[in-house]
Design a protein around this ligand. Structure first.
Ligand code: ATP
Ligand code: MG
Length: 332
């Protein structure tokens, strides 16, 4: 039976990229009847330094972001990773299955470790093995993510395959990445070749879900573009990363397509398109940030939701971990 798992790091505030690439899609897919498990991956967040008080706050705010985006804790399991120890337990076994060479090829490792790899944390290097454990400890079959996580999901399949081969079992499923829609890779507003990220040092590079209308309008007005008006056909965006990004965002917010947006906006200059985009973004995001702020007034309620979700998650993970221990020969 299909089972969905996905995670988001409480490594900062949520961005429009997280919303369009993840949260909105999670909320939209809730009626499919498939069991969905969504995790605030706090153990992944700490692979780069996090101030403890900020990490706790970001975890609660992330949970508020899920709910405000329309993910219903009565229908989906919502919890934070560190409350379900089975993730870390399975990750250790996967650390012993995965190879150093596989990890070294990961572009996220290279991007985040930067030039000084010797000084990056061991956790950042091992990140994809923990991510494989997050998914496989539930025998999840489908993982909706943004384009940037495709390589990690291929590694998850490699880990599952190698485990099954090494131990001569058909135990872990081979997971399907689900990367769909107009905005699976929202780019930085300052640089059309870099993805929008909550951990980018420049706040002008991203739209935060908690930004107010003025901040959103300013960031879109100042977003880097070229001087040409919008083309009327999608091919006209091929060599124009920044223009393409803004059109993709518009299409995703509107639930339409790039073709439909260009049919309406083709020929218009950015001085006309940008205010329209800002208006659309504000209209969609303002109710979400309002609801997040409301939910954040009661942190104890958020903690109760996460605790309850963790219990539900553990009930699925425990027997899968127990079976894994049997397979590898760990005596209990
Ligand atoms: P960080 O910079 O700390 O890595 P992030 O913004 O990349 O933060 P993650 O927690 O790493 O966010 O990713 C959460 C989910 O959001 C993943 O499914 C990821 O693919 C998706 N995602 C992240 N950035 C984007 C983006 N720019 N466009 C579309 N989806 C994105
Ligand atoms: Mg990321």
């Amino acid at each position: 039976t299909p089972r969905v798992f996905s995670g988001i790091q409480p490594s900062g505030g949520l961005t429009l990229g997280n919303y369009l690439g993840a949260l909105k899609r999670f909320a939209d897919s809730q009626n499919s009847g498939v069991q969905s498990i969504y995790c605030m991956v706090d153990m992944h967040a700490m692979t780069v330094w996090q101030d403890p008080a900020k990490l706790a706050r970001a975890t609660r705010e992330l949970c508020a972001g899920f709910i405000a985006s329309g993910v219903d804790p009565d229908r989906s399991i919502l919890f934070n990773q560190s409350q379900v120890a089975e993730h870390a337990q399975l990750a250790w076994i996967f650390n012993c299955v995965a190879r150093m060479g596989w990890m070294k090829r990961m572009t996220q490792w290279k991007d985040k470790a930067g030039k000084n790899q010797e000084n990056a944390s061991l956790g950042l290097f091992a990140y994809p093995a923990l991510m494989a454990a997050d998914i496989l400890v539930y025998h999840a079959t489908h993982v909706p993510v943004g384009e940037d996580q495709k390589q990690h999901l291929e590694l998850t399949r490699d880990i599952a395959t190698k485990f099954n081969n090494d131990f001569g079992v058909e135990f872990f499923p081979i997971t399907e990445p689900v990367i769909e829609g107009a905005a699976t890779r929202v780019m930085s507003l300052r640089d059309g070749t870099k993805k929008m990220s909550k951990s980018d040092p420049s706040d002008m590079s991203r739209i935060n879900l908690t930004d107010d209308a003025d901040a959103i309008a300013t960031k879109i007005r100042k977003a880097r573009t070229d001087p040409e008006p919008l083309p009327s056909e999608a091919d006209g965006l091929a060599e124009r990363a920044e223009a393409r990004n803004l059109v993709n965002i518009y299409a995703a917010l509107e639930n339409s397509s790039v073709e439909a947006v260009l049919a309406e906006m083709g020929g218009k200059p950015f001085s006309e398109f940008k205010p329209r985009l800002a208006e659309l973004a504000v209209a969609q995001l303002a109710p979400i940030s309002g609801e997040m702020a409301r939910l954040m007034q009661d942190p104890a309620e958020i903690d109760a939701i996460l605790r309850h979700g963790a219990e539900q998650a553990r009930a699925i993970a425990q027997p899968i971990l127990a079976r894994t221990y049997d397979i590898v020969g760990m005596v209990r």
